[in-house]
Design a protein around this ligand. Sequence first.
Ligand code: CO8
Length: 260
Amino acid sequence: MQYENLLLEEENDILIVTINREKALNALNTQTMLELQRLFADDAPHRTYLKGVIITGAGDRAFVAGADIKEFLALDAEQGAAMAQRGQDIFFLIERFSKPVVAAVNGFALGGGCELAMACHLRIASETARFGQPEVNLGIIPGYGGTQRLIQYIGKTKAMELLLTADMLHAQDALRLGLVNDVVPPAEVLPKAKALIEKIAAKGPVAVAKVIEAVNAFFQYNEDGFAREVSEFGATTGTDDFKEGAAAFMEKRAPQFSGK
Ligand code: CO8
């Protein structure tokens, strides 16, 4: 299969997927999301020999700096909700993949980027990584599962603070809070992610798949929360606040929100 925005390479039966839009800090545009969908729905499941998958970002600045803000400027509420639903469905494919999926977080993991990392089973962060859900800066809320998975990983207290303030976490704080599995120097991120997958590859493959299913099942009661996130995301995309927040980002200025 052909991919434009994903670089795929296999090394020792580990699939390394690089989100390759370095100039836009690897922001997830529609094409990239479609390619992630194709990869996890139609391609990777047929590579039955794989030990696991690593997802990382091109360059040394960003894992993924979010959904591509330039693409969703003109969305109305209905289109916004539909886009959030599609994104959630794609991230569920990753979360439910039967082999371990490790995020190798090499820089900013913001908004949809933090949500992508959280949909992976494990996260190895570079010392330079930064995590956050800055959507409120734009006048919207997370739409790819961030309001649900952030609570699952770090608890309601800190999740509420990060979602409301848009503050970013340094890698060591992400480790302390349980958002990531390990923090290593930048050059060690990929080797560490590979070593983790190699370790798991020595275990029983059926058992590994069943652990993933069983752990995911613990959170099923939260699925209403995901649906609520979709509808609330849709509601925020239709607002003047979002138009102003997104315009301010593009014009590199502070937003003046009207609350409408
Ligand atoms: N989308 C599009 N372009 C982006 C994004 C993004 N999320 N992030 C960065 N870029 C672009 C910048 O516009 C800039 O492009 P250009 O060179 O053409 O001006 C380039 O990448 C480099 O960025 P900066 O110049 O801003 O680099 P800095 O080092 O000054 O800042 C930051 C780095 C702090 C990461 C900054 O780029 C930033 O704040 N980015 C936006 C982060 C953000 O708000 N992310 C959340 C987006 S919303 C989201 O993810 C919602 C998910 C759910 C969506 C549901 C369906 C629609």
